[in-house]
Design a binder for this molecule. Structure first.
Ligand code: ZN
Ligand code: ZN
Ligand code: ZN
Length: 189
């Protein structure tokens, strides 16, 4: 990846706001106009977040009618990079300096707008995974999840949808949570 395609974010230590460079600027210091951008190395020492500029991330947010903010972009980037589901504590570890309430709200917003779905895999903490572009989080979009008992990672098995069960008369199907357990290919390799 060429160096120019990296963007530098900065989180204010007092108000916890994540500052984002203006379009066309490489870093928040260029955008603020107060501190000149000297070299990428200098910025790297002070910036809290370095992520690749990714138009796809913005597109994904907009496709779900979510207003792109720096924090939302960063969280979505993490979720996109991750092949498995992530729990709030795991996400907090990746954003050590970010406000925990903001992280939680970001996940809730994503869930509300069907960008991610929640998984209860029996490990005690709810995990979140990206939805497929076509997912509306309806009963017909439900799929199996796989919990690796060796590494503790949870995978979406989107190719294995959950069939609607036959229910007694007068009952209505709303949601299901099927977790298959075993060893993932990484752990067996
Ligand atoms: Zn979904
Ligand atoms: Zn595993
Ligand atoms: Zn899933």
């Amino acid at each position: 990846m060429p160096e120019e395609s990296w963007q530098f974010f900065y989180e204010c230590k007092n108000c916890k706001t994540v500052l984002k460079p203006k379009q066309g600027d490489c870093c928040v210091y260029c955008s603020s106009g107060t501190v000149p951008c000297r070299s990428n190395k200098d910025i790297q020492n002070v910036a809290n977040f370095v992520i690749p500029m990714n138009k796809e991330i913005d597109k994904k947010l907009k496709a779900r009618n979510i207003k792109p903010t720096a924090m939302r972009e960063l969280v979505l980037q993490v979720l996109t990079d991750q092949p498995t589901a992530i729990s709030l504590p795991e996400l907090e570890q990746k954003f050590e300096k970010a406000d925990k309430a903001t992280l939680y709200r970001t996940l809730k917003t994503f869930q509300e707008y069907r960008l991610i779905h929640a998984i209860e895999d029996g490990t005690g903490s709810v995990k979140y995974a990206l939805c497929e572009d076509t997912c509306s989080c309806n009963p017909d979009d439900l799929h199996l999840h796989f919990l690796c008992t060796k590494c503790g990672k949870t995978y979406c098995l989107v190719d294995t949808p959950i069939k609607r069960p036959d229910l007694p008369e007068g009952f209505e199907f709303d949601n299901a949570n099927f977790v298959v357990k075993g060893s993932c290919s990484n752990c067996l390799a």
